[in-house]
Design a protein around this ligand. Sequence first.
Ligand code: PHE
Length: 353
Amino acid sequence: MLDSLKSELLAAVAAAGDLSALDEVRVTALGKKGRVTGLMKELGGLGAEERRARGGALNLLKDEIAAAIETRRGDLQALAQAARLEAERIDVSLPARPEAPGRIHPISQTVDELTAIFAEMGFTVAEGPDIEDDFHNFTALNFPPEHPAREMHDTFYLPDAADGRRMLLRTHTSPVQIRTMLTAKPPIRVIIPGRTYRSDYDMTHTPMFHQVEGLVVDESTHMGHLKGCLVEFCRAFFEIDDLPLRFRPSFFPFTEPSAEVDIGCSRKGGELKIGAYGDWLEILGCGMVHPNVLENCGIDSTRYQGFAFGMGIERIAMLKYGIPDLRTFFEADLRWLKHYGFVPLDIPNRAWS
Ligand code: PHE
């Protein structure tokens, strides 16, 4: 009788098609109310001799069934894994997902890069309007009314505003210095990337171009801070740790003293190489904020000092990425964009090529 029960249970184990069916078989045979368990409960009613013989046989049966269940469980698990591996199979020899056809324009990429560098130095980003009035673009920046420096900017003028203000397309990002100082209290530490406009057009000039301005105002700001900040920036941006920099005296109405900054380069064999000694290349203008400018913005110039700088974004992008002609930036030529553009989500500071 135990033999037929055994073969019946073993057959059920073998027939269990998955792990949950197998578990049902286990409960039916060996569970609290299972068939083998039931037979064991009947042992109490037997005589000692008979109980020992029958008990031994039942234990043997129980162990055999348990072992069969374990073996079957192992087989079923292996089968399930094989099925899953089959279902999730990928053909690694297939071609990769096609590259996104769009590109990040070098100007956007360069703005992202320089913003990241200045953000690390504690600068935030400020913005202002492209259409400005004469006050913010010139007067508040200490350009006297008929000063020749105004002429040097090749300004695009617009019809006067209804209230008589002289309107124009901003010729630099410096008017946003004024807007910032009129609204924020020192300490101030901002960069201002944006579009600027001058009536000029050749290999190195387009009527619309981009600048980034920097402004720091605090109680003990001095020329050493200006120098340190720009040296750090240029070396980080061009990724050359020992990039030589030269500060040359210059003039801007809104800074005193003023300087222009050159970076070291070589032009040996007609090829421009940034970071070498021998030659110099101008890349930006800077200086200590003129006391008149601070006062024009209601900042006490006996208490506060500041430094400012401004540079052309196309220019530093051309130098870093070897782009020869400024005008090509704005021609929207897909072949140019594909060549000089950056893959979306690419880490900044990496040229796509
Ligand atoms: N605004 C100046 C220009 O466009 C650059 C500059 C900015 C110089 C800030 C000094 C300080 O030429």
